[in-house]
Design a protein around this ligand. Structure first.
Ligand code: 2PG
Ligand code: MG
Length: 419
């Protein structure tokens, strides 16, 4: 099954960022059957310094030109049923470690579309193409209920995300439902502490009241206990501090709270939040170069998910560095951060070598594509981080529910496999 034709166009993410969508036409030479698959690149706002270049110099139009000139002539004729052959070609035609010539957006959209084509050509679902016959574990959904930081344009709390995750759901529908219900019911509690709040939501569909981080967690704790009690499910709390966005080179600046914290105070602050709210998930508590503080915190809380996002940027070399230092118990896997599905897979393998759990994640500017749900199941991720509300978020969650049906009795139910 060879690629016959390729196409690229500019489209938009849910936040209105311009991104690229790649379309591939594949033809079966024996039957003459023609398949068309497409995929788009998501876009982050709080990007890690070590991520691949999103677009080449010159922006999206330069990306389109690079696709036409460098990628298109080389991928036409490749066999999509050979996993990752297109990804290898993307590395080759770009030739830089950060995809500076073609841009990470072109790379990941092409990589995704090629995997979709491979699956379609073989007549199997994408997750099975990625993960093989043994891929049948459903991830726990992790989603943000209240949001701040860059995703709320500095108008909400200083911490970027206040998250919930069901820990022992009986099935994937109930898992998603638990998060949806917490999100819906949180509004009433928010209005009790911020009567001026008009129900605004941020880039990822999280509520953005002007409240402190501690108040946000208090609200989540109460609502999660209420919903969890009704559903008979334990719902854990988490945060993505996105600490690189707060770091000014010396201190963590909490603008809305009017507080500055040095590295030591930051460690104490985060540890206190973990204790007070029994946080099961803590992402990027320190800035992207501070492996040492990560290791100190992880040493205290090995039974929680202490997760690196900007720290690792889905980069196998950085994950290995962190693994050696025991800097985390979990690794965010955003395929777009590293440019291809093949590299993301290598990131997952490396994380597991060091006993760290993969958390497959969306971006704040995401698209209506459901690709991420298949990647999470294909990689056997413990957790999928994909928000709760908004079409580009529910696209992934609804697909997970469908995959649960598809796998039926063969599904390994989403459960907390740690602690
Ligand atoms: C994060 C992500 C997704 P962004 O920090 O984890 O929530 O945000 O895509 O803006 O990097
Ligand atoms: Mg993050």
């Amino acid at each position: 099954m060879q690629i016959e034709d390729v196409w690229i166009r500019k489209v938009f993410t849910g936040r209105g960022d311009v991104t690229v969508e790649v379309e591939l036409t594949v033809e079966d030479p024996s039957s003459g059957e023609v398949l068309v698959t497409r995929a788009a690149a998501p876009a982050g706002a709080s990007r890690g310094m070590h991520e691949v270049a999103y677009f080449p110099e010159g922006g999206v139009d330069a990306a389109l030109a690079a696709f036409e000139k460098l990628v298109a002539p080389e991928v036409v004729g490749l066999d999509v049923t050979e996993a990752y052959v297109v990804d290898g070609k993307l590395e080759e035609v770009d030739g830089t470690p950060r995809f500076e010539r073609i841009g990470g957006a072109v790379a990941i959209a092409t990589s995704f579309a090629a995997a979709e084509a491979g699956a379609a050509a073989l007549g199997i679902p994408l997750f099975a193409f990625i993960g093989g016959a043994y891929a049948r574990k459903l991830p726990l959904p992790l989603g943000n209920v209240i949001g701040g930081g860059k995703h709320s344009r500095g108008l909400g709390p200083d911490i970027q995300e206040f998250l919930v995750m069901p820990l022992n759901p009986p099935d994937i529908f109930t898992a998603v439902y638990a998060n949806v219900e917490v999100h819906k019911r949180a509004l009433k509690q928010i209005l009790k502490v911020d009567s001026s709040f008009t129900g605004g939501k941020n880039d990822e569909g999280a509520w953005t009241p002007r409240i402190s981080s501690r108040t946000a967690l208090k609200i989540l704790k109460e609502v999660a206990a209420e919903v969890g009690g009704e559903l008979g499910v334990e719902i854990g709390l988490g945060v993505d501090v996105a600490a690189s966005s707060l770091w000014n080179g010396e201190k963590y600046v909490y603008k809305n709270e009017g507080v500055e914290r040095g590295p030591r105070e930051q460690l104490e602050f985060v540890a206190k939040l973990i204790e007070e709210f029994d946080l099961v998930y803590v992402e990027d508590p320190f800035h992207e170069e501070d492996f040492q503080s990560f290791a100190e915190l992880t040493d205290k809380y090995r039974d929680r998910l202490i997760v690196g996002d900007d720290l690792f940027v889905t980069n196998p070399a950085r994950i290995r560095e962190g693994g050696k230092l025991k800097a985390a118990t979990g690794v965010i896997v955003k395929p777009d951060q590293i440019g291809t599905l093949l590299r993301a897979y290598q990131a997952v393998i490396t994380a597991r070598e060091y006993g760290m759990r993969p958390v497959v994640s969306h971006r704040s500017g995401d698209t209506e594509y459901k690709t991420l749900a298949h990647i999470a199941v294909g990689f056997g991720a413990d957790v999928i981080k994909t928000g709760i509300m908004g079409g580009e978020r529910t696209a992934k969650l609804n697909e997970l529910i469908r995959l649960g049906d598809y796998l039926g009795k063969w599904a390994v139910l989403p459960q907390r496999h740690w602690r």
